[in-house]
Write a protein that binds this ligand. Structure first.
Ligand code: 5AD
Ligand code: SF4
Length: 470
């Protein structure tokens, strides 16, 4: 067997043969840490577990199978996993039948050393193994302790994911990341870029549409990398081997009303993409483009491949084509060597751009990344100070951005009930602002999940809005 990425995946044939028709009747619980990619992987693993007979448990502490889908982007995320694992290991000592699985990025990073640290674990599986869960579980059933962390060709997603939402679905378009940002652990745990074929992506969206989904988010760690590895594959792969081309290709899927994509990279974000977003009515006017820092020197040491000027140009171009577009970002403060002046430039960027939302973090040294070895680490106290100050600026700017919605009529896709008030629906504007509103109009007309409704915005907060149904 061959494939466009030159992985030897002949082992898959052997696996198919060896796959015992496992049929289990236990209950499972999955806890997901980290990003949207992990959430999408967890939904697929839940789908696999249900396809072999597992049912969701009433709680984590009653489940026969506990799976932690882990994140290692920062040390705090990794430590959280260990504290959860400790509790389950203790439970397993009195209930040896429990199956304990660690999946995702900590699993990939730590591999066998996880088993040494927590010997109760049955299966350690990296993110590239997601779709092999039932095979790996059949090995556990045979009494083995399994470590699956080899780099592998990611199988086409043929499983039926068990999705959290019935309205908004994640669709992976490119796995892995070929960038080498000096702070980031992702390339070492998620491997090299692997794009899915445009036909498969479109087919998954068509299936979602028939199941009642109305919104799709196309996912990639660096979604702008989509298609780079597809040239010369299928005729469709050749024709649609950029994110822009993919958007045009999938736009025709009937029943899907909204399309989003994440995460963008300023180095690869193109004018053609901006044009496609403004031409294609289903593509929502929200862009998540991490800038990471507002200082050219810091960007250089981060190996991001763009300067602040380029970032401003992208923002200007988006806003000149789509004046109401919302822009969000990720920012790291206290990167090794970041001086106070350099940090001030990040504040200046946030002030000038006026982001709708920013995910902020203080730099956290990660294993096997260049920046973690540099001797010029920033003091913890300064990290905390910078992060707090940045967060309050982000909130102030987000509130300013929210003001534009007051008394406006916004199109909202109903995603579910407000978890804090079941008399209210929850949805988002096209620009991705979370919006709450009563489930009935004043005349008593009611709506349901998946409906697109018009809402008049009456109250604003930094990151959410409240309104009334028209
Ligand atoms: N420390 C702090 N933040 C990090 N991120 C990635 N690696 C690190 C790190 N070592 C942030 C980046 C990235 C987001 C997903 O997480 O801002 O865009
Ligand atoms: Fe990490 Fe950079 Fe890849 Fe994003 S683009 S996943 S920050 S290496």
């Amino acid at each position: 067997m061959s494939n466009h990425l030159n992985f030897d995946y002949s082992y898959l044939e052997a696996e198919e043969k060896a796959k015992v028709a496992i049929s289990l009747s236990g209950t499972y619980w999955i806890t997901t840490f980290g990003c949207q990619m992990n959430k999408a992987d967890s939904e697929r693993m839940a789908g696999i577990l249900e396809s072999i007979g597992y049912q969701i448990a009433p709680s984590e502490h009653e489940a026969d199978l506990v799976l932690y889908n882990t994140c290692t982007i920062r040390d705090s995320a990794e430590q959280k996993v260990y504290s959860y694992l400790g509790r389950q290991a203790q439970r397993k000592r009195t209930n040896p039948h429990i199956i304990l699985i660690v999946a995702g990025c900590v699993a990939q990073q730590e591999g066998a050393s996880l088993l040494r640290r927590v010997p109760e674990i049955d299966l350690v599986m990296g993110p590239q193994q997601t779709n092999r869960l039932s095979y790996l579980l059949s090995q556990v059933e045979n009494g083995q302790q399994v470590i699956a962390t080899e780099e592998s060709y990611i199988l086409e997603d043929i499983t039926n994911a068990r999705r959290e939402s019935s309205v908004c679905g994640w669709v992976n378009v490119v796995y892995g990341c070929n960038e080498r940002c000096t702070y980031c652990v992702v390339p070492s745990v998620r491997g090299k870029e692997q794009s899915r074929l445009p036909e498969s992506i479109k087919m998954e969206m068509e299936i979602l549409a028939t199941q009642g989904f109305r919104e799709v988010t196309l996912l990639g760690q660096n979604v702008d990398a989509y298609g780079r590895d597809l040239a010369g594959i299928s005729p469709e792969g050749r024709r649609h081997n950029t994110l822009t081309a993919l958007l045009y290709f999938v736009h025709e899927v009937k029943g899907i009303n909204r399309i989003r994509f994440a995460t963008s990279h300023p180095r690869y974000f193109t004018e053609r993409l901006i044009e496609a977003c403004s031409n294609l009515s289903k593509v929502c006017e929200h862009f998540h483009i991490p800038c990471q820092s507002g200082d050219d020197e810091v960007l250089k040491t981060m190996a991001r491949g763009y300067n602040v000027d380029r970032y401003y140009r992208i923002v200007d171009r988006i806003r000149s084509r789509m004046p109401d577009a919302s822009i969000s970002a990720d920012i790291i403060v206290a990167f090794p060597g970041e001086t106070d002046t350099q940090y001030q430039r990040t504040l200046e960027l946030v002030e000038k751009v006026g982001f709708d939302q920013v995910n902020t973090a203080a730099y956290s040294p990660r294993p096997n990344t260049p920046a973690s070895n540099w001797s010029i680490q920033v003091d913890e106290r300064i990290k905390v100070e910078r992060l707090q100050q940045l967060n309050s600026l982000v909130e102030k700017k987000a509130f300013e951005r929210s003001k534009r919605y007051l008394n406006r009529i916004e199109e909202i896709l109903i995603e579910g009930l407000n978890p804090k008030d079941s008399n209210q629906f929850m949805g988002r504007t096209r620009s991705n602002r979370l919006t709450f509103f009563p489930t009935h109009t004043s005349k008593g007309k009611s709506y349901t999940y998946g409906d697109l409704v018009m809402v008049k915005i009456k109250e604003i907060r930094a990151f959410s809005l409240t309104g009334t149904l028209l």
